[in-house]
Design a binder for this molecule. Structure first.
Ligand code: ATP
Ligand code: MG
Length: 195
């Protein structure tokens, strides 16, 4: 992947977030406070605006730009989590214009490690981690499809939330897709189109 692919990746993701803004908030209404789509939309708008004035960015800078937009504009739990993940990816990838699949995998591992560290969460707690981890496992084997990603997102439905706002619901969180997992699914479905 080169830096133009990263621009395309984040362009597709941010426009998919806008397309699914209401749906993301509806998912969050069921098990949270109904703000996930609106939170994310603010961050992606900020990214799209700042990106307009930037050209020829390195891959690390692309990740930094989206990370700073998420950190600065997305309220709630998801902003700092996505923000820290993208900044960890920026650190991992550095000032380069082209990377291998192995480098992408290492960067995503740094990203999910940062989410897990900040969120103090592990797999099967019904958070975005339940999409990031299996996606990374498939990418390691160069075997990731959009259908698989949809599967990982849907697999969050039967889980009981033990982290984040949804954890207050206990058993009543069962049977609903986790909103952060859905937005992460959109991130990785955008990526699949480019690798
Ligand atoms: N501790 C955590 N670790 C990892 N992911 C988390 C954690 N807490 C929440 N999430 C993810 O964030 C998503 C919710 O994001 P959202 O933007 O709605 O923030 P929020 O929970 O409403 O935050 P706040 O309660 O501060 O407003 C969840 O669906 C989940 O995927
Ligand atoms: Mg919320």
């Amino acid at each position: 992947m080169n830096s133009a692919d990263f621009t395309k990746w984040f362009e597709i993701w941010t426009s998919e977030i806008q397309t699914h803004k209401i749906y993301l908030s509806d998912l969050d209404n069921a098990i949270g406070d109904g703000d996930h789509g609106f939170n994310m939309a603010k961050g992606v708008e900020a990214y799209q605006k700042t990106h307009l004035n930037k050209q020829g960015l390195s891959i690390g800078d692309e990740c930094k730009l989206i990370g700073m937009s998420m950190l600065g504009k997305v309220g709630g739990a998801s902003g700092p989590l996505y923000g820290s993940a993208f900044l960890a990816m920026a650190n991992s990838l550095g000032d380069v214009k082209e990377i291998t699949l192995d480098q992408l995998v290492s960067a995503l591992i740094a990203g999910v490690d940062s989410i897990m560290y900040r969120g103090k969460a592990a797999r099967f707690e019904k958070t975005m981690i339940d999409v990031w981890l299996p996606v990374i496992n498939c990418l390691k084997q160069n075997n990731l499809t959009e259908e698989m990603i949809d599967g990982f997102v849907n697999d969050t439905s039967p889980l009981k939330a033990t982290k984040g706002r949804a954890a207050y619901l206990g058993d009543r969180s069962i049977g609903h897709i986790d909103p952060g997992s859905f937005s992460s699914g959109l991130l990785f479905k955008a990526l699949v189109k480019l690798i």
